[in-house]
Each structure stands twice: as C-alpha cells, then as structure tokens.
Design a protein around this ligand. Sequence first.
Ligand code: AMP
Length: 422
Amino acid sequence: MADTFQAPRGTRDILAPESERWHVLVARFAQAARQAGYRPVIPPMFEELAVFQRVGESTEVVRKEMFLLAEREGESRQALRPEQTASVCRMFAQHRPATPWKVFYSGSNFRYERPQKGRYRQFDQVGAEVLGTDDPDVDVEIIALAWRFYQQIGLRQVTLLLNSLGDGEGRAKYVAALKAYFDAHLDALSAQSRETLAINPLRVLDSKRPEDGEIIAAAPRMVEHLSPQDGAHFDRVRAGLDALRIPYELAPRLVRGLDYYTRTTFEFASGALDAAQNAVGGGGRYDGLVADLGGPAVAGVGFALGVDRILLACDAEETFGPPDSAVDVFVVATVDGTDALELTDELRAAGIGADRAFDARSMKSQMKAADRSGARLALIIGSQEQESASVALRPLRLGGEQQLVPRADVVARVRAMLDAAR
Ligand code: AMP
C-alpha cells in the first residue's frame, strides 16, 4: 500500500466545523470593514523578493523566514508573501488610487518559522490599511475597527498595547541614544541581539530572550524622545481612544516584527492564550513605506489580525462557536426515479439549504443521515407518497407533527415552516 501523505510541517488542514467558523469570521470582518468604508483588495500571493527586502531587511521575517521560489532565468527572484502590507503599498505605488485609500484584505501568509501551537508556516490574516493621510484620527479609526471586531466576536480578554516610535529626527536621535546604551552593555546582550544591534538597534527591544530582559527593561524609551509633532500626534491618538472608550496600555518597548513602522504602533494581546503566542493582531503607521517602494510620499496606517490565533482565543474564551447546519432540509427517497434529484434541486433553486442521501440506502440509513446533517426537516418520498404525488414532511429540529403535502406545494410549505421557526 502507498504511504499516506501528511500535510507539510507547519501547515494544517482545516476541516469542518473549524473551517465553517473560519469562513464566518472572515465574512464578519469583511462586513465590519465595508461598513467603515473600506473596500477589498486581493494582492498576489508572491512578489519580487526585493519588495519584502525593501520593507524588512533587518527583520527575522525577511532575513530568515522567507519562502523563496526557485529562481528562473531572466526573472527577478520571487518569494511567497510573509504579510500583506508590503503588497498593499506596492499596489498603491503601482496604481496610484485616489486618497485616502481605505482597503481591507484576507488570506494566507508564509513564514518559515519553528512550528508550534499558534505559530504556523502558513497562517491567515485579515487586515486593513489606510493610505494617503497622516491624520491621527485615522490611527484611532483603524484601532477601533480591530477592537470592535474582537468585541463583536465575543473576545473579552484582549488588551491593546500602544506605543509611538516617532519619526524623522526624533527617531534618529532616539536610535543613536539606544545604540550608545546597548553598546555600553554589549557583554550582557545575547549573541543574537548583538547581531541585531549592528543592523537596527530598535529591533533589540523586540528580543524575547531572557538574558536580554534586564538590559532592555532599563533602556531609554522612545516616548521620552518624541519630537513635538510626533508627541502631539500621539496625544491626539490617545485622546481619540479615550473618547471612544477603548482601553489601552502604554508599551514603551513595543517595536513590532517589521521595520517599517513610524509613530503609532500597537498590538493586541489575548489574556486567554499562552504568553509566547498571545499576539492576536498588530499594526501601526508606516509613513515612509510607499515611497520606499518607488511610490509617492504618502502616509499609511493599518493592522493585520491572525485568524488562526483569534480562533484559538475564541476556543479559550468559549465564544464564537461553529455556525448552525448548512442545510435546512434533507430529502429522503426510497423510490426509483428522479424524485430526490428534482426536489433537492428545486429547494436549492428557491434558496433553501437542502441535501440528500445517495446510493439507494435503506429508509433507516437515510433517516440517520438526515439527522446527522443537522437539518430541521426531513422530506420523505416513499412508494405511497410517489403514487399520491405528495411528500411527507417530518420535523427533526422543529415543532409539529409529520404531515403529507401535495408535491406541488412542498417548497412553499417548507419555506413557511422555516420562516415561522426563525
Ligand atoms: P505580524 O504581521 O507579524 O505583525 O503579525 C500579525 C498577526 O498575525 C500576529 O499578531 C499573529 O496573530 C499573526 N501571526 C503572525 N505570524 C504568525 C504565525 N507564524 N502563525 C500564526 N499566526 C501568526
């Protein structure tokens, strides 16, 4: 016998009912985003490697975790996307849409990580971005969109962590101060952090290695080095969150996993998940990113939320279970002919979820299948019903008695019964 293949390491097969929950989650997000004036974009799954290098050359994601595609002669090197913000900005640079450009997306990303619960090599995100304005109210709108979404699906243990990374001169001065500080404590830093320090001192703050903890805790803080403009921007963001009653914690060392952030940065941590993988989303401002990708100098802000992890958090908080059965009725036919085929088709055409059994099973076996399907009503055609051109309606998850209905009236009667039960 041939070996059974397994899903590749770091990937998962998502079967029902998990897959159903997943679809509802993404649809809910799309609805929330559209309601706030965001429109969908569908970026490619892969880009020129240089797109990702441009936006994250000092990050682990881009340096070590890229899924590179085989090089083909005469073409530039390509890579599967590790995230979608870079693609959205590349799209903006290429198409130059009118601003503010408010977009949302969903889909898979690929990072060659060490897999564990809540950390996969293929994982999904939903996200939203606004390009073309640096109005701090947009930062608040973006954060509120994510926050209300978590609330809407029933997550109560999410904490918003907030920081500002500043921009321009203030940022440069801070990075210099930070570098001087870490240089003075070089011996106490982990080898990895010393390596990171040489490339981007800010990213050392992101180290989760225990040996770096103490040094990082005492490091200078960006919020104390903000320029007057960046400070005013941050104050306005905080005032906006207060006005919307969205609680947050200041997180002075939050720098996030990608290089491109400026000013506002934030992360959503779930108290219901293990600390190592508790980020259920994050984002921030990236005012230089579009220009870095060859586009105009426009500001941008956005977030990405991890679908896999949100669902783990929903499990932990016992909220957002799978949706109800996909079908309302199940057709059971024990007669020859095309009765089941026709009735099922007619129901579906009328917008009623319908399924049926195959392989000419016994009545008992078909009724079992009807029950398993979760349908609320079984429509039964035996020889008697066939002869009298009628169908027996048997409630499964509905009140009432079994009744015989003329074949011509079945769809209307089913519709009335389902409507009455809603
Ligand atoms: P990032 O793009 O790294 O800011 O990630 C945004 C969100 O995506 C995180 O908060 C996680 O919820 C999720 N995420 C990132 N990487 C992974 C991964 N390898 N597996 C599962 N979820 C992830």
